[in-house]
Design a binder for this molecule. Structure first.
Ligand code: NAD
Length: 332
């Protein structure tokens, strides 16, 4: 098949080429995102292969359909950026990679917690500068703290298990109870109880209509003063405007983000020589109790291998007449 790979980085090319060893497909790599301005690049391709910040809105899908594209192969689990009803209406199949790095993402969330709590970035910079003072680096013990896990699917369940290992008490919120978590002693409660009781809250929900801005002014009001908030899931779960006020007032004691609501125009690009135009983002970054990483939680060798292999498996399934239902998001 002829596949246009959008938002392609050198590592995408390396792992996809490796997975397509027999060179069965014609993979053409485009660095640019897929959006209304670039959709014409897909002309003559059977499939597009896209990532988290590609735009698959109604307009773009109509463009893909006009260009003869029949398959959208997502290199990720989340599909909040795809207008599924338009894909169906246009007869375009949508496939994804549902679980490529659950351990990697959960471990990254824990990494943010440890770095924030023990102020590892600040300590690193001090020692590099010959400043061995530990004043201002006071941390707390995770042992005995209450951790709220919002979303106990694949990633949330692994995260809960790791935090359990630190001796934390785990509360969870999800529309489905995960028996694995119950076996760990995780207690399912309402969002209200999560907000009220937890010292650390980590988000592992998908972004959808129900979860959009689940963390907002109202939610913050209900949280403990000094709460640690971790988001490695999707930026839209958190109303970024409320973060600045939350940090200024001290309501949020620690903030760890791997995703950001308006990340599309920034993340995955080297903008070190340019101005950053998102004032909220820039303001959030000024707080010493914030660590932001640029959507790298998934970024492990195992995940890239898994993403590439599953993407080609989806493409080949489509070719043979049907994508594996486990990976199918929308069919015509
Ligand atoms: P999953 O589908 O296994 O788990 C999601 C959980 O959320 C499920 O248990 C589901 O019941 C629950 N849920 C869904 N809608 C809900 C709602 N409205 N209210 C309460 N619970 C709800 O997903 P996963 O593999 O654990 O991934 C979670 C998210 O992590 C993904 O959706 C993706 O956005 C994000 N992610 C981020 C990265 C990264 O690099 N930062 C990498 C992979 C995934």
């Amino acid at each position: 098949m002829k596949i246009a790979v959008f938002s392609a980085k050198p590592y995408d090319k390396e792992f996809l080429d490796q997975a397509d060893r027999g060179r069965r497909h014609e993979l053409v790599f485009f660095e640019t995102h897929l959006n209304a301005a670039t959709v014409r690049l897909a002309n003559g391709f059977d499939a597009v292969c896209v990532f988290v910040n590609d735009d698959l809105s109604r307009e773009v899908i109509l463009g893909l359909s006009k260009n003869g594209v029949k398959l959208i192969a997502l290199r990720c689990a989340g599909f909040n950026n795809v207008d599924l009803s338009q894909a169906k209406a246009s007869g375009i199949v949508v496939a994804r990679v549902p679980a490529y790095a659950p351990h990697g993402v959960a471990e990254h969330a824990v990494g943010l917690i440890l770095a924030l709590n023990r102020k590892i970035c600040r300590a690193y910079n001090r020692v590099r500068d010959g400043n061995f003072s530990i004043d201002g680096l006071l941390g707390f013990e995770l042992y005995g703290k209450t951790v709220g896990v919002m979303g106990t699917g694949k990633i949330g369940a692994i995260f809960a298990g790791i935090m359990k290992g630190f001796g934390c008490r785990i509360l969870a919120y999800d529309v489905h109870v995960n028996p694995e978590c119950e076996a760990l002693g995780v207690r399912y409660v309402s969002t209200e109880e999560i907000f009220k009781q937890c010292d650390i809250i980590s988000l592992h929900l998908p972004l959808n209509k129900q979860t959009y801005h689940i963390i907002n002014d109202d939610a913050l009001l209900k949280m403990k003063t000094g709460v640690m908030l971790i988001n490695t899931s999707r930026g839209g779960l958190v109303d970024s405007a409320c973060l600045v006020e939350g940090l200024k007032s001290g309501k949020i004691g620690y903030l760890g983000l791997d995703v950001y609501e308006e990340e599309e125009s920034m993340f995955f690009e080297d903008l070190s020589g340019q101005a950053i135009y998102d004032d909220t983002f820039v303001r959030i970054e000024t707080f010493p109790n914030v660590i932001i990483t640029g959507h790298q939680a998934f970024f492990t060798d195992a995940a890239l291998r898994n993403i590439a292999q599953t993407t080609l498996y989806n493409i080949e399934g489509f070719e043979k007449g049907g994508v594996d239902p486990v990976n199918l998001v929308a069919s015509h």
